[in-house]
Design a protein around this ligand. Structure first.
Ligand code: ATP
Ligand code: MG
Ligand code: MG
Length: 402
């Protein structure tokens, strides 16, 4: 696996349950590396307790430990490719050319396909691809990195206007909302003159997301649609399943997401972020070629988690059921604080006393403002029960009134 952050950590946790040996490339003791060590070479992966078949038998060298290095380093990617049978990613900001040459040189199977990662990692190319395949999106246009070009776009489309970095973006870092034409220079500065593009403002009613799994043979299945609530462009809460005045929205959202994923090659889980517009139409915001924050809830709330299904998909094993096994669930991200006020320990100790709550901490070395440090999933027998269980957790995040 390329990347050893929290998504990789939860993938490794699922892999561990199935005794799927996994070797991680990332710098230092990244969160995923805490979970599992590569299987020692004296463990026979072909015993009845192992689900891998002879074609995906891990080689002797699995006992050599994880790889310390940048996941963009072609040498390190090659070293990883030599050691494994299937190579996957937990992040899309990877060196695709190095993935392709490692695949050519070693014959390792890369899933999802490098071509998919290449299209998706440039958010503007991703939009062009989706438009070409008839997937509904907010209109996008490439914009030169100068104030005059941004001002021109503002006059053409009106404001607010969403300016986005084409590459390297996450958690809204790479987005700038231009609400006044005088902000063009500020927008350039914020995006550090990186290649960018403009998106028409989407005055959505709700943000929703659907996790989609695609098997090696191209079978596509989806998880229930969820509502995602963002705060300052970072996912704050997820509610599953989606509740709406129009029950057909859920079905439409899943169809849009499945159709969008069908336009890409390769196996694995894809996170499809969407906007539900006031007229009931759905626009795709962006797609991630990997497990996704809006799918964390699947660990406690679904028959098969997104992480397990990602592994099953890339290994050519039968996919697990995506249905929910509880009536209702919510997920709260634990974000880092910068000030002296950090309620994380208060939040976690409260969560430990709430029935139906499960705490996940990622073991990141340092907390920074807005950094994803963990999450809490709450399940219950109804939406009302989940919301009442969530209440003390949200209260723990508020500053002490004293
Ligand atoms: P992620 O961490 O999900 O990868 P990102 O940095 O790639 O985030 P986006 O998903 O493009 O950023 O945007 C972040 C948030 O900004 C969205 O979830 C949404 O709330 C808002 N947003 C994005 N595009 C638009 C738009 N065209 N109109 C209105 N709001 C938008
Ligand atoms: Mg993104
Ligand atoms: Mg996003």
């Amino acid at each position: 696996m390329i990347g050893g952050g929290q998504l990789g950590r939860m993938l490794a946790q699922s892999a561990s349950l199935l005794t799927i040996p996994i070797t991680i490339l990332d710098v230092g003791h990244s969160p995923a590396k805490h979970v599992i060590h590569p299987a020692p070479s004296n463990i026979n992966p072909l015993t009845s307790s192992n689900i891998l078949d002879a074609n995906t038998t891990p080689t002797e060298s699995h006992g050599e430990g994880h790889i310390d290095g940048s996941f963009s380093d072609p040498e390190k990617i090659l070293e990883l490719a030599r050691r494994v049978d299937v190579l996957t990613v937990e992040i899309e900001h990877v060196n695709v050319a190095a993935l392709e040459s490692a695949e050519r040189e070693t014959g390792v199977l890369v899933q999802p396909r490098p071509s998919t990662i290449r299209t998706i990692q440039d958010k503007y190319l991703q939009k062009v691809h989706l438009v070409k395949h008839g997937v509904p999106v907010a209109e996008s246009e490439a914009v030169a990195s100068n104030a005059a070009a941004i001002e021109e776009q503002c006059k053409k489309w009106g404001m607010p206007l969403m300016l986005k970095s084409r590459t390297g973006a996450y958690d809204g870092r790479g987005n700038f909302v231009v609400s006044d034409i005088s902000q063009a220079g500020q927008a350039l500065q914020a995006l550090k003159d990186r290649p960018s593009y403009a998106e028409r403002w989407a005055a959505f009613k709700k943000e929703i997301a659907v996790m989609v799994v695609r098997s090696l043979t191209g079978e596509v299945v989806s998880y229930p649609a969820v509502e995602t609530v963002h705060k300052e462009s970072v996912c704050h809460l997820v509610f599953a399943p989606l509740r709406s005045d129009d029950p057909a929205v859920e079905e439409r959202a899943r169809k849009v997401a499945e159709d969008a994923v069908r336009t890409f090659e390769g196996a694995g889980v894809f996170g499809v972020e969407m906007f539900l517009m006031p007229d009931g139409s759905i626009l795709v915001n962006e797609i991630a070629p990997r497990p996704h924050n809006s799918g964390h809830y699947t660990i406690e709330a679904c028959n098969t988690s997104q992480y397990t299904n990602h592994l099953l998909a890339i290994l050519g094993l039968p996919l697990g059921s995506t249905g929910m096994k509880v009536p209702s669930a919510a997920m709260l991200n634990i974000l880092g604080f910068s000030s002296s006020f950090s309620p994380i320990s208060q939040l976690v100790s409260t969560a430990l006393t709430v029935p139906g709550a499960t705490v996940h901490l990622y073991g990141k070395a340092e907390s920074r403002k807005g950094r994803k440090m963990g999450h809490i999933t709450v399940v219950g027998s109804s939406d009302a029960e989940v919301r009442s269980r969530l209440r003390p957790l949200l209260a723990a995040l508020l500053p002490d009134p004293k």
